[in-house]
Write a protein that binds this ligand. Sequence first.
Ligand SMILES: Cc1cc2nc3c(=O)[nH]c(=O)nc-3n(C[C@H](O)[C@H](O)[C@H](O)COP(=O)(O)O)c2cc1C
Length: 332
Amino acid sequence: MLRIGKVAIENGLVMAPMAGITDISFRLIVKRYGAGLVFTEMVGSNGLVQGNKKTREYLISAPEERPLCVQIFGSRPDVMAEATRIVVEMGADIVDINMGCPVKKVVKTGAGAGLLKDMELTKRVIGAVRMVCPVPLTIKIRAGYEVNNPVFIEIGKMAQDMGVDAIFFHPRFATQGFSGRARWEFIRELKSRVMIPVIGNGDVFTPQDALKLKNETGCDGIMIGRGAVGSPWIFKQIIDIMNKKTPEIPTLSDRKRIIIEHYELMVRYRGERRASQAIRGMLLWYTRGLPYSSRFRAMVGKIRDKETLIRLLDDYFDSISKEKITYREVMA
Ligand SMILES: Cc1cc2nc3c(=O)[nH]c(=O)nc-3n(C[C@H](O)[C@H](O)[C@H](O)COP(=O)(O)O)c2cc1C
């Protein structure tokens, strides 16, 4: 059991925030397949405070996905505090401060991973948010900004002293983007230096990876990003492997059913036209590692509605159903 302040997360498995991906329909899908905690995409504090309609749309949520962690980003303490009030009023069960986004446009303003470069500002941002935040407060960090200039211990201790309730840790440096490997040994180090929960993140693509991350670092929870996109069932598989059961591999018809389920949720929240466009991107992830997927991908532009989606899926899955798909192939 992972406990973040007063919020209990039964299985300790967390879906990472992913801009452009973790919208409400995505969150509901991973929740159905075992995620214990879901995050919104990162939400801009300036847009929230200015009442930007599109920014507020990121906060639409459903009771079934709770507890919900809302991630905000920004670098102005007063604006971040005001944004916190707004997201809590709109139902956030946990508020998270983004301190890892390496995108230039964000870093330039001092936000995201920019905060890793300015300890004083970070302190003021955390202080301002903590002061007004009645629900648990977390931070999501990288190891540091520049390669070989780690700041995670310093930030972790400071956050703990300031009343932050947990740390989500992706142990790469911001300038690395996604290159190299996640340095799990840093997670172990942070875990040994702070008392608050440390949730390990980075490069978990199989249930076996999750088990290894837990065993090697002693982390309190596991956060998964890319490994769950197009494979929401990874959470159930991790629960199985933690319970010493063989993880169940979804059959082709399971996959088809889950894709349609995901599409139906998209339709519910976006309408058929927008859902038919959005599912195209998701299908690239859902067919990752499957045979002849490039042939299928070339056709996804034809999806207009549920009927065309089902026809395309039937054609593709029928054509590969005779192929023997092993777990290793699927996850490759
Ligand atoms: C497309 C994409 C969007 C992301 N968006 C966010 C975000 O909005 N906020 C955030 O803190 N991290 C974001 N991340 C980083 C992930 O949350 C996670 O830390 C990272 O992908 C490493 O985990 P993984 O190896 O399991 O994917 C994003 C990553 C990707 C690939």
